[in-house]
Ligand binder design. Sequence first.
Ligand code: RAT
Ligand code: ZN
Length: 436
Amino acid sequence: MVGMMDSGSRASFTEKLEPLLTDEVELRRHVEKAVEETQVIDMHTHLFSIEFGKMALFGIDDLLTYHYLIAEMFRSVELKPERFWRMSKREQADLIWRTLFVENSPLSEAARGIVTILKAFGLSTNAATLDEAREFFATQDVAKHFDRVFEMARVKAVVMTNDPLDAREAHVWENGVRIDARFHAALRLDRVLNDWTNAVPKLAERGYAVETAIDAKTVAEVRRFLDDWITRMRPLYMAVSLPDDFRFPSDDVRDRLLREAVLPTARAAGLPLSLMIGVRRGVNPALRIAGDGVGRADVKAVERMCAENPDVRFFVTFLSRENQHELCVAARKFSNLMPFGCWWFLNNPSIVAEITRERIELLGTSFIAQHSDARILEQLIYKWKHSRRVIADALVEAYTRLLASGRAVTAREIERDVARLFSENFRRWVAIEGAP
Ligand code: RAT
Ligand code: ZN
């Protein structure tokens, strides 16, 4: 209990009927409830809806062969990567289970995530084999299972990562298949912006007259490509992951494509651009998808981009812990910059706790607290459960400090704040149903 508050003798903007939460235990209870119950819009995942067929991953074998776990497995077993890649998915999952869950305690965040999922479905968390889990996932009605997972995770919508140059994916879009309304598209530009030489023949195959050397015609054709896919996918934003040495401005192809094709398209279509910065692809190529690393990047690149393009909105996340504070400061300077999520190697309780606290201290509630990056459906359960726990603690701490300074909040204010962090800050920036 922190002192007595002036609860309304003078005119107050907090509604008369809403009690001020002046008791710390009550305050915690309300924050935990709001964080627990508020539905999220998960603004960056690699999930696909059922309509995408085999690209929609779910079940124990996909969960265990998640690349975060593959990387961890290699630390505890003597096995050449080439041998691992020759194994079937089922064999890989068995090996990962044995290595990380039977022969070792699943203490890492990604391993504990599996435990959280198994527990959520009432499955054994310490079985010697995967028989029970396999039987469970194999006997679920897929559509009902998707609904159930969304409900369990309290996720109302997810944003996919959509690569128009992926033939399997393009096929679904081009056939005009009606996609589950909970799955929104994001137009991913990695191939075009990070691998232009290889993108050129792919674009040419699809009827776009582009050349490796960028000229006016090529720029116009890239814009036509983007426009066609915006019409087809109706993405909520365009996105790209960028290396740690990303600079802006810069004297390279990416800079020209950004300036002459991507940014003008973002402006014309009113689409935000999402920048995910600091990944070092293929640090250990033998590990394939599990072989990427991290590097500290230059936040000034984002500041310059935001300054030069005040009419474009940027969602930004950095992969390096060292860049987080600077990102918060940059966001204070540019209202067209929205920091989001604790990405990939940062999505661990200790780091989410730190980043969320520094964001609250510097930005209040004007950021997007988290995204899941889920690749396999049921990961929504663990990633959101774990994040909610840590975000709730950070908020309790912030409100308690505020209370000690002399300002109590109401339950409704807490709900409003959590809604901003979990969906509204995103919703306001994209053309999602219900957006202003
Ligand atoms: O977190 C991940 O799963 C990474 O492999 C990447 O996909 C990353 O999130 C990205 O979107 O590039
Ligand atoms: Zn991702």
